[in-house]
Design a binder for this molecule. Sequence first.
Ligand code: IMP
Length: 420
Amino acid sequence: MGNVTILVGAQWGDEGKGKWIDILADRVDIVARYQGGNNAGHTLYVDGQKVVLHQIPSGIFHPEKISALATGVVVNPHQLVEEMKKVSHLVTLTPERLWLSARAHVISPWHIHLDGKKETESAQPIGTTKRGIGPTYAEKANRTGLRLGDYVNTAKRERWYATMRLETPGFATHQEVYAAEWKQFDAAAVPLAPYVTDAELLLRRAIAGGLGVLMEGAQGALLDINHGTYPYVTSSETAAGGAFASVGFAPKQIDKIYGVAKAYVTRVGEGPLPTELKDAVGQHIANVGKEFGATTGRPRRCGWLDAVALRYSAEISGYDGIILNKMDILTGLDEIKVCVAYQHPELGRIEDFPWDFEVLAACEPIYKSFPGWTEELPHGGSFKDLPHNAQIYVQGVEDLIKVPVTMVGTGVNRQDAIFK
Ligand code: IMP
């Protein structure tokens, strides 16, 4: 048995992973993020104080643990420095306990510009966070990107600028017009430099040495570049497999893989969402669940739990357990529905999540109905402490997705966690 745990979002992101990373971090020595960038937003409550993290792993508030950003991550240097300042009021940061991969690619003002331009001008916008994520991964795949290790070296960074100015139309003008942004971008290299290291080597050594490592996914498996609702996806590998690719370790080192799912679904941005509720119930879930993006503040689209999508997510990521989060948001509803299959106007009943987003968009959900509960959910305790109908709901979800629900979230605080 290995000593690596992977925790990923099992739906379209915003499942509340930050809180569970924070809880599970107690059991490990290192928490590592392996994909995404500051498109992510993890909201945590530390000693009753709300903290939103976009890049630093959510385990940072455990002073004795190490946090790492591995190569699959893309880094916005200025934002990262700002975030480091924000957390330094609560914890002491040192290069010994924050490892930034020299291989991780850097999001520059140019990439942010390209993301915004594409979203504004495209006839079919994705609804990105406009943080420059897609263009940075594209640059990486094009082998013309800037890696963190090169960015913090002034001569290498200048060499990258020179090449980009020569080969990329518009880049030189952008640097002239937005000189203040580029100055800010350059300035972040100094405070980041001491933290930049061969994070993958250190992680592999730690794993080989028997330390416990928690790999923290960002976004959700259904936004995966390969397996998600393409093109309405993010640009990285959000499913569990992304962790091996990014950190470069052997899958046999894995002990457990957990998927965090909301007890309903949300999605922010464009793309199909078969169980979306555009009625008063959807509005109620959005209000009670405070469903507004942690990064962009955009309202999230809400709907009933989609067991077809969640089963698919479990197939591609191989969950040992599902963490069913935000159960408390459903309290007070008379009836709770779960989508068990789709009905397509031409293809009939569909049980498997389709590869084609247009097929998915044309599907109507087929629901199974569960009775609601009115009792307040317990803040901690065990599964049998849940109201009877809440237990029936959890068991119903397990039956539909064929994966055990190992933990249930019943509130925003650390203690609002029920272990099954
Ligand atoms: P990008 O990652 O900014 O390129 O955005 C691509 C898609 O992923 C859009 O639909 C975004 O709304 C979505 N997305 C990116 N990050 C998150 C996240 O952390 N939570 C939820 N959705 C996200």
